[in-house]
Design a binder for this molecule. Structure first.
Ligand code: F6P
Length: 462
């Protein structure tokens, strides 16, 4: 019987070294790895992921990367290769290319240093290919997640043409003009690598169209494609949001905001999330509509992500300085009003509580593969909160609802976003209720299991 092998960079279980030198397990939190974990737990599926540092390598050597009901395969790579593949290529080149984040007068610079990193990315893909080839039986299905593995499709096709391979991309795909920023040979290698997969999947038709356009403009044949947005396991999330920890976090948040209305956001601290422009839009709301001063609090929850990268750290300080400046300019100690409450810790209970009680949820990424928060918010919200959503998020396709769902914004338009916030805060109760109901129904229409079944189906027809 054919088996399924899943491949992702981050696995369900990672390790760090504790103060006494001991190995401390760190379960997958947030994003793709935790969604996959919930789906696959207990199914016996083989899941290959890459060691992210010395603690993971030591844990792999001691056989600690294991879980009852899952067949975990740690792919061991050395630190230099991992940093080249994950930091330099995946997170500061491909992430930037696919999200259109480059400040082009200054970056990127494809120099000798970067070329070495590209070699590392190739070696990282090769290490995973070798692990999959060693593990896979005749005709097995291999479901590969994300942009870390752009070259793996070709490698597997050459070594094991019997395998049914699928790549699923959780980011947008670059428009042709942006992909053309890559050196010609690198762009060719990437497109050839992806064309080795039996099928390539995306969260939205827009990213699929960009992908196909990149093949078209370079005169190549594309692989088969499909669109399958990730859904939410609603029952699990709702139960989590009703836990005592979330209730306590909700109480604490209410005390901090003084029971005022809230504009909430919760994201990884990361440049594509557009947190600074969100704060500038809130500032413009206070300037253009001073009646909101003292009445509304912007709750910005931004938990740390990819802290080894200078670009991400610099973005984090930009966010913190912007919040401080706006608070300094507008705060009212007399009434106890602090305009922006910024938290930079990973506090899931606080995030879920904030989503449940928000009057407005702001999700304004520059570009985003899907954005799960845009789905989690409407599902959990108990205040008929309005969703202000970037039209550049993959989730826009499912949540615009012909004008009856989210309020769409151009993420670069600070004034336009300020007006969308004003419109949300002044929207009549019946209109808020109608939109909130429609959004909740749209979110419930699809589950994570549907997304998984679509990938398996795509593999079956390859
Ligand atoms: O959204 C893309 C993605 O790579 C997800 O797959 C992942 O959950 C998230 O970003 C966080 O990435 P990382 O594993 O690099 O922290």
């Amino acid at each position: 019987m054919s088996r399924t092998i899943v491949v992702s960079n981050r696995g369900p279980l990672s390790f760090r070294t504790g103060a006494g030198g001991e190995l401390v397990p760190v379960p997958a939190a947030g994003g793709l790895a935790s969604s996959l974990h919930r789906l696959l737990a207990g199914t016996g599926t083989t899941w290959a992921s890459v060691t992210m540092g010395a603690a993971d390598r030591e844990a792999a050597a001691q056989g600690l990367i294991s879980e009852e009901g899952l067949d975990l395969v740690p792919v061991v790579v050395d630190d230099a290769t991992y940093r080249q593949a994950y930091d330099v290529v995946a997170n500061t080149t491909l992430w930037y290319v696919h999200h259109h984040l480059f400040d082009l007068p200054h970056r990127p610079r494809f120099d000798r240093y970067w070329r070495t990193a590209w070699d590392g990315y190739r070696a990282y893909n090769r290490a995973v290919a070798d692990a999959v080839v060693a593990r896979a039986g005749e005709g097995d299905t291999v479901l590969v997640q994300d942009y870390h593995f752009s070259l793996l499709g070709r490698m597997l096709a050459e070594q094991r043409p019997d395998l049914a391979t699928v790549h699923f991309l959780h980011t947008p795909f670059a428009a042709p003009a942006m992909l053309a920023v890559l050196p010609d040979d690198v762009r060719s290698e990437l497109l050839d690598g992806m064309a080795g997969y039996g099928a390539c999947g995306f969260h939205s038709h827009r990213w699929e169209a960009c992908f196909l356009a990149c093949y078209d403009t370079t005169g190549r044949a594309s692989p088969r494609t499909f669109v399958a947005p990730l859904g939410i396991e609603a029952d699990v999330l709702v139960a989590e949001a009703e836990s005592p920890a979330c209730a306590a976090a909700g109480e604490a948040l209410r005390a901090e905001t003084g029971g005022r209305r809230t504009i909430v956001r919760t994201d990884r601290m990361e440049p594509s999330k557009n947190i600074v422009r969100g704060m500038l839009a809130f500032e413009e709301l206070l300037l253009a509509h001073p009646e909101w001063r003292g009445e509304v609090v912007h709750v910005a929850l931004a938990y740390p992500s990819r802290q080894g990268l200078a670009e991400y750290l610099a973005y984090g300080s930009d966010v913190e300085h912007t919040a401080e400046r706006i608070n300094h300019a507008f705060a009212s100690p007399a009434t106890g009003w602090t305009p922006i409450l910024l938290s930079v810790e990973d506090d899931r209970a606080r995030s879920l509580a904030a989503l449940a009680s928000s009057d407005v949820l702001l999700v304004n990424p520059v570009r985003d593969g899907l954005n799960l928060v845009a789905k989690e918010g409407p599902l959990l919200n108990r205040a008929d909160g309005v969703l202000v959503l970037s039209r550049e998020a993959g989730a826009w396709e499912e949540l615009a609802l012909d004008g009856d769902g989210a309020l769409g914004v151009n993420p670069f338009d600070v004034s336009g976003t300020a007006e969308a916030l004003h419109l949300s805060l002044t929207m009549e109760a019946t209109a808020r209720r109608r939109r909130a109901d429609a959004l909740r129904a749209a979110v419930q229409a699809r589950t994570a299991a549907d997304w998984w079944a679509d990938q398996l189906a795509a593999a079956g027809s390859s």
